[in-house]
Design a protein around this ligand. Structure first.
Ligand code: NDP
Length: 236
């Protein structure tokens, strides 16, 4: 059997598409999300579904440990769970900023930490962090979202440097606009509409999932540090 792949935020969008493509490629899966019923409904073979809030380290670590008993250690951890709540800084509720910091930064760090010791011990492994083009470029109304995604690029690169002697890869995938549920978490309907109106094109979740699989399928001796992938029509 192929090695175990773990995915956070597997209940919709990019995470769901990643679950499906990795499954088609024969990998057993640890699927994590808060909406357990959605990951169970995917009904993928050799998969373990766990209700996980990525902001809670103990839960994500527990899920990794329990999947290990059935399928062996996680060889690839895809830290994909994320939220985007757009807003102007003088209107936005402070708890929306906190939620983005907790999920987009602490959630990814928790995912990394839950597998890193084992990867270093085994001298192999791959961590794929789903960031965003908003982690490389700034966009108005995205102040805190951009901050969290710039943060993902920063800590991913530092950790990559630190684990490279242990043959562990850290890969950051930074998509442009993708057709998922992400924008629906923005409170302001006007900002949601502005987001749609400003698009020069949109990726399918499957486009990003294919990119993630491509990065993982390179030989362990090849690490694609960062991949920026956007719809061809997206100019900004
Ligand atoms: P979706 O909203 O469709 O999916 C987000 C996923 O994250 C869901 O499965 C959700 O599951 C999960 N999630 C959210 N909060 C938590 C939490 N606290 N604990 C566990 N899981 C959580 O959006 P996308 O597929 O677009 O988002 C995936 C990633 O891609 C995000 O990191 C996003 O920032 C990034 N991205 C998306 C872009 C886009 O245009 N769509 C562009 C660039 C990057 P559940 O609610 O069941 O817990």
């Amino acid at each position: 059997m192929k090695p175990l792949v773990a995915i956070t935020g597997a209940s919709s969008g990019i995470g769901k598409a990643a679950a499906e493509i990795f499954s088609r490629n024969g990998h057993p899966l640890l699927l994590m999300a808060r909406r357990l019923e959605k990951i169970i409904a995917l009904d993928l073979p050799d998969s373990i579904c766990k209700k996980v809030d990525v902001t809670d380290f103990d839960t994500i670590h527990g899920a990794v440990q329990s999947a290990r008993k059935k399928f062996g250690p996680v060889d690839c951890m895809i830290n994909n769970a994320g939220i985007m709540k757009l807003g102007t800084p003088w209107h936005q509720e402070i708890n929306e900023w906190q939620a983005m910091i907790d999920v987009n930064m602490m959630g990814v760090l928790n995912g990394i930490r839950s597998v890193l010791d084992g990867m270093i011990e085994r001298n192999t492994g791959t961590i794929i962090n789903v960031s965003s083009l908003a982690g490389r470029k700034t966009f108005q109304k995205h102040a805190v979202y951009c901050a969290t995604k710039f943060g993902v690029h920063a800590f991913s690169e530092v950790i990559r440097e630190e684990v490279s002697p242990y043959n562990v890869r850290v890969i950051t995938i930074a998509p442009g606009a993708v057709e998922t549920e992400l924008i629906t978490h923005t409170t302001s309907e006007k900002l949601q509409q502005d987001w749609w109106d400003g698009l020069g094109g949109i990726l399918k979740p499957e486009d990003v999932a294919r990119t993630i699989l491509f990065a993982y399928q390179q030989p362990q001796s090849v690490c694609l540090r960062e991949i920026l992938v956007n719809p061809t029509g997206q100019s900004g």
